[in-house]
Design a binder for this molecule. Structure first.
Ligand code: TXA
Ligand code: MG
Length: 310
């Protein structure tokens, strides 16, 4: 995608004025504001209808800017070198003299940080004198947005500006790892945990059970398209949309496939847009065929399981 400098300038000006805008990332679109500004962070919570106790993740351009706000450690440096910029978020201890807004952290002394790879947003971050707080650009507990029109559907005129960046190439949120003590996965995401284990050369525990809230924002119901979802379905009901991992022939009108041939990366990329498409087509519920629980399939299953709690 071509980088439009005028758009980036507009985004920069609005962020400098403590406004809230949408930005593209390689995982999902983010609802962005100046992470050092209480008023900008308040606007994010309000727009997203996000509960105050659920802290915001903060996006940085590089290490130099992060060092001012957080304590870094060896595990962090290893993962940073290997995967950043990219779809991984680190939970770190916040420095006492950090300028991060206490609205963003809900007064906690930890911070979730990420270095997004999307070239447009990297360009924007480079231009700013502050990091960007940006949770996913969707109404709280609903499906994330992977295009600018998804963001428009959720927020309409309430949002001042959407920085266009095409469709997110990964399509599911970043993998979150808590690095404060023994590394611990808090959310499955766009980076396969196996790759993280290989880099740190050890097995890493996962704290991701949908019924157990292991981090503030692990709401039981999440990623919901707003209609019921049934999982591991072999036989669908007449009025249901059927979500399949690979194209089935003959392909009926109510069949929606995430990939042509069962490719799990392609499936992750198409997951949220397909859920949104089904909802728009006025189906009353969704039946999902079994999805292999490996690689990004684990992330897809995690999201669908949470969405099915609706
Ligand atoms: O890929 C992503 O991570 C996207 C893009 C926009 O960067 N962002 C995203 O943000 O998914 P959000 O807010 O929808 O999800 C971040 C999760 C939330 O569930 C929140 O509870 C958790 O990170 N989180 C934020 N700060 C935390 C902290 N200090 N400790 C533990 N979890 C934290
Ligand atoms: Mg979210």
């Amino acid at each position: 995608m071509k980088i439009n400098l005028a758009n980036i300038k507009k985004a920069k000006n609005l962020l400098n004025k403590r406004e809230c805008i949408a930005i593209p990332t390689e995982t999902v679109y983010g609802l962005a504001g100046n992470a050092y500004s209480d008023s900008a962070c308040r606007k994010i919570f309000k727009l997203k209808k996000r509960p105050k106790y659920n802290p915001l993740i903060v996006h940085y351009y590089n290490l130099k800017s992060l060092e001012k706000d957080c304590y870094l450690n060896n595990n962090f440096f290893r993962l940073y070198k290997k995967f950043c910029p990219g779809p991984i978020t680190f939970v770190l201890n916040l420095k006492k003299n950090s300028k991060i807004s206490k609205i963003a952290t809900n007064k906690k002394n930890t911070l979730a940080v990420r270095f997004p790879k999307h070239p447009i947003t990297r360009n924007l971050l480079k231009e700013l004198k502050f990091p960007i707080a940006a949770p996913s650009a969707n109404i709280s507990s609903r499906v994330s947005a992977v295009t600018s029109s998804d963001v428009k559907d959720d927020f309409g005129k309430k949002i001042k500006y959407i920085l266009e960046g095409g469709k997110s190439s990964i399509g599911v949120e970043s993998t979150i790892i808590d690095l404060r003590k023994q590394p611990k996965i808090l959310r499955l995401g766009g980076l396969d945990v196996k790759n993280i284990q290989k880099t740190l050369k050890k097995k890493i525990s996962e704290n991701i059970k949908p019924n157990k809230i292991s981090m503030p924002g692990q709401l039981k119901i999440h990623y919901s398209p707003g209609i019921p979802i049934r999982l591991d379905v072999k036989k669908i009901k007449k009025e249901e949309a059927y979500l399949l991992i690979r194209k089935k022939i003959p392909c009926k009108l109510n069949y929606y496939f995430l990939s042509k041939d069962g490719n799990l990366r392609e499936a992750a990329k198409n997951l949220y847009s397909t859920l949104r498409k089904i909802k728009k087509s006025k189906y009353k519920s969704i039946a999902v065929s079994k999805i292999p629980n490996i690689g990004l399939g684990k992330t897809i299953n995690d999201r669908l399981l949470r969405a099915s709690k609706f």
